[in-house]
Design a protein around this ligand. Structure first.
Ligand code: BG6
Length: 475
């Protein structure tokens, strides 16, 4: 019998507000930190992005044509509350009312992220954004507004996108004032504030949204050891603990992973906590996990001459082998290129087995349902005679879907596949040079062109996958 995904499996794709919407200063919206952080990078900025703000109807028609049953998008905090707090912006709300209603009219379940990197600049200017504890209350107020307005129509809520990546690339995913630049503890402080904010919102979802489920979208990479040398195996355990369980234990057990916490304390990097914080985390346990998986990671125990705190830096050129820097945590682990796996042009490992590995590993540890909320291949797509032949992306997704299916056969609850990305969007580190979409957007970093939507080969492939509930690509 032909294999399929389970009945009711959600099919769709994902985007985020600042990467897709544009209209950065339109209809009352004020700047978010992403509008500023993406200015002057040498790539496109977020001012127009993929112009979804003006073309959402056309875009939803394309989702429908592809057969989507779900769509993950994010709300822009500074479109709804331009100053982060205070008066809501009627035009901003109107946009999301229209978006949500149009999705529902087309039989597409909206799955929003409340926060995808874009803290309002007003709050950065007021109190340094997430660095201040005040951000917790302001985020809770903003979230409460969304829950009350959309909780009748939206049941699955992803609260924060990729906290793990916000910590790893803390100066790129947060607008960090100069005075903190050499204070690495700040990233774990930000993380602690986000944990408290998320836990509080999780509680509110259970309180205000009938049948609501609270989730988070984690940026997740399984960590492999370079080899079986005992020291390198220990480095793998260390990295799994600090990069993965340090987040998921909070989400699903309501407390921090122990070894990682003690290690951070030894290093002088642990967050400052207050009485009552532990109780807030205990009360805010989430119901499901959004998994953003692109690539697995490889570690070894730090080499003697590299054994000092080193922060990760992306590959900006898109030439293989030009990764800015690999992260090192002294006496704990050192990231490195996996000699046994292929990569894309930006040095991201291509590893479908990693998908099965992480799903089974997470499920055995936490026993929670999961939705794949991002998965995709960044590439320089070429437009040729009005067509884009992205067979490499089809191959990538086919293999990952087979890995997901195998995990499901082995008992893991995976409820949907929402890959990155629905349409080409502004990449977080590589502008429009690196594309992920099922649909091409006719623009590049320098020239906005006509922003036309052009279906890639992967769009037609995905249409068949969805129509057959996976059968056309499962083997
Ligand atoms: C995830 C983010 O980290 O990866 C997305 O949630 C992002 O916002 C995606 O676009 C791909 O990363 P990049 O840097 O290639 O755009």
């Amino acid at each position: 019998m032909k294999k399929t995904m389970p009945q009711g499996f959600l099919w769709g794709a994902s985007t985020s507000a600042y990467q897709v919407e544009g209209a950065a200063l339109e209809d009352g919206k004020k700047l978010s930190q992403m509008d500023l952080l993406n200015a002057d990078t040498g790539f496109a900025d977020a001012s127009v992005a993929s112009d979804h703000y003006h073309r959402y109807k056309e875009d939803i028609a394309l989702m429908k044509e592809c057969g989507f049953t779900a769509y993950r998008f994010s709300f822009s905090w500074s479109r709804i509350f331009p100053d982060g707090v205070g008066e809501a912006n009627p035009k901003g709300i109107e946009f999301y009312d229209n978006l949500v209603n149009e999705l529902i009219r087309n039989g597409i379940k909206p799955i929003p992220t409340i926060y995808h990197y874009d803290m309002p600049m007003a709050l950065v200017e007021k109190y340094d954004g997430w660095i201040s504890r005040q951000s917790i209350d302001d985020f809770v107020e903003y979230s409460k507004f969304l829950l009350l307005r959309y909780g009748d129509r939206i049941k699955d809520w992803l609260i924060i996108n990729e906290q793990s990546i916000i910590v790893e690339f803390w100066k790129k995913k947060n607008y960090i004032p100069e005075k903190y630049h050499d204070k690495a503890q700040v990233k774990f402080q930000i993380n602690h504030h986000m944990n408290l904010a998320q836990a509080k919102v999780s509680k509110l979802i259970h309180q205000y949204v009938e049948g609501g489920r609270a989730g988070s979208a984690i940026g997740y990479s399984p960590v492999y050891a370079l080899d079986s040398s005992p020291k390198n195996m220990l480095a793998m355990l260390n990295a799994e603990n600090l990069k993965n369980q340090y987040f998921l234990d909070v989400y699903f057990k309501g407390h921090y992973a122990k070894s990682a916490s003690l290690y951070l304390k030894e290093q002088g990097l642990a967050p400052i906590t207050e009485d009552g914080d532990a109780e807030i985390l205990r009360q805010g346990i989430l119901d499901f996990l959004g998994v953003n998986y692109y690539a697995s990671k490889c570690v070894r125990f730090p080499e003697a001459d590299k054994n000092r705190l080193t922060e990760a830096k992306s590959n900006l050129s898109g030439q293989k082998g030009q990764m800015g820097a690999y992260e090192v945590m002294p006496d704990f682990y050192q990231y490195m290129k996996n000699p046994n796996a292929e990569t894309n042009d930006w040095d991201w490992t291509i590893d479908p087995n990693g998908m099965e590995y992480l799903l089974r590993d997470i499920y055995e540890r936490y026993g929670i349902p999961m939705i794949i909320t991002e998965n995709g291949l960044g590439a320089r797509d070429i437009l040729e005679n009005g067509e884009i032949h992205d067979s490499y992306r089809i191959d990538y997704w086919s293999k990952h879907l087979n890995a997901i299916h195998r995990a499901i056969e082995l008992g893991v609850e995976v409820q949907g596949f929402l890959p990155w990305s629905f349409i080409d969007v502004l990449s977080t580190s590589n502008g429009y040079q690196k594309r992920y979409g099922l649909i091409y957007v006719n623009r590049d970093d320098e020239d906005l062109k006509d922003l036309a939507r052009i279906k890639k080969d992967s769009f037609y492939w995905y249409q068949e996958v969805i129509a057959s509930n996976g059968a056309s690509c499962l083997n």
